[in-house]
Design a protein around this ligand. Structure first.
Ligand code: MG
Length: 385
């Protein structure tokens, strides 16, 4: 039997072209320094598991007082018990221990187990596919010349995405602090321009401003129905399940959710029985880990509902490789000024290359399948904890 002997967080410097606006959305800009963190869980046989995330989610207080308290000297194969014990600490942590931290610890634990057994995580969980179609997920609209500033910009970029091999596209349209956003009519103009550019058959999705009121969301949804859109995502505050129930009851286009609402799979069960969504949304980071995301998908499956996974990355691929009731991998966020295929300095290769059929092969390396440049990380350390 192996046991967990150490947990370390390395915060390191790297460069990015992504800049956050005042509402937290990423947009392209000049190359700048930023930091990233990697949590590493070590076992008594020398195996290590890793996961990447924001340093804020892996602060020393949180790792020392909660993650180490629960994980150290435990058998890493008891990950279900460890997940519940860590989740129970959330209540007493005064909101310091978030679902995001739970997810990062859970991902590193899955990576450790996979590396120990020399097996990809999705195969450990129960493999269902070896590759998955990707949809191109754009960044939010901006006011950059030649970027995503006009409906024509979106249309031109959609044509490029089709040439690149994508079989579906999801638009994120304009949100504040863009000076004139949000605007339902502008959203619909962009959606119409993209439909016109790619033809009638390509699945198109919209993820718009997340705080429209009910009537604006209904107007937007009805417009999308006329344009033959495939799903309608998070147009209102997800704290109001009643608003989504109201919206979904009036629209034919599938409403997908919730993505950002808390409550893990417990809250998602409520969305299903309340008929607040037609397609379930989950995400490794959003619901507290790989195991919790699989549970969300399973409960949706029991109701005959598809479950689509939020955001790209190794954790998402592990889930997508192990659940049947899903269709797409969210690849992005994409922008005409960003080369998504260029790996960040701390990885030797991206985990989600696009093949010639517009699909992403599931990583076949052990664990989560990330090809990590450990030398880069050690050479660019900001802190170790
Ligand atoms: Mg979304």
């Amino acid at each position: 039997m192996i046991e967990i002997t150490d947990i370390k967080v390395r915060v390191f410097r790297h460069k990015t072209r992504k800049h956050k606006d005042s509402a937290g959305h990423s947009h392209p800009g000049p190359l700048r320094d930023t930091t990233q963190a990697m949590i590493t869980i070590s076992a008594s046989d020398g195996t290590q598991g890793h996961a990447f995330g924001a340093a804020e989610a892996m602060r020393p207080h949180v790792i020392e007082n909660y993650v180490k308290t629960v994980y150290l000297r435990q058998n890493p194969f008891d990950r279900e018990r460890l997940w519940h014990e860590l989740a129970h600490w959330q209540r007493g942590s005064a909101d310091q221990l978030t679902d995001r931290t739970l997810a990062l610890a859970d991902m590193a634990l899955h990576d450790l187990i996979g590396r120990h057994l020399d097996m990809p995580v999705h195969k450990l969980l129960g493999g269902v596919r070896d590759r998955i179609p990707a949809y191109a997920s754009t960044m939010c609209g901006d006011e950059l010349e030649g970027g995503l500033a006009t409906p024509e910009d979106y249309a031109r970029y959609a044509e490029w995405l089709v040439q690149r091999g994508y079989k579906a596209i999801k638009l994120h349209t304009w949100m504040p602090p863009v000076s004139w956003a949000p605007n339902v009519k502008a959203d619909l103009k962009a959606c119409a321009a993209v439909r016109e550019a790619v033809g009638p058959d390509m699945p198109l999705m919209l993820d718009a401003f997340h705080w429209y009121d009910r009537l604006s969301a209904l107007e937007l949804g009805r417009g999308l129905e006329k344009l033959g859109y495939y799903w309608f995502e998070e147009p209102m505050d997800e704290q109001s399940m009643s608003s989504y129930r109201w919206l979904a009851s009036q629209l034919d286009i599938p409403v997908i959710g919730p993505e950002s609402a808390g409550g893990k799979y417990f809250n998602r069960a409520e969305w299903i029985v309340s008929r607040a969504c037609d397609v379930m949304r989950t995400g490794v980071i959003d619901v507290g880990g790989i195991g919790a995301a699989i549970k969300t998908a399973s409960l949706a499956e029991a109701f005959g509902i598809n479950c689509e996974v939020h955001s790209p990355g190794a954790g998402s691929l592990a889930v997508l490789g192990a659940i049947k009731n899903t269709t797409w991998y969210e690849r992005g966020l994409l922008h005409p000024f960003i080369d998504y295929d260029e790996p960040p300095e701390y990885l030797n290769a991206i985990v989600d290359p696009l093949d010639d059929d517009g699909m992403v092969p599931l990583p076949c390396g052990p664990g989560l399948g990330e090809d990590i440049n450990f030398d880069y990380i050690d050479d660019n350390l900001v802190s170790t904890q």
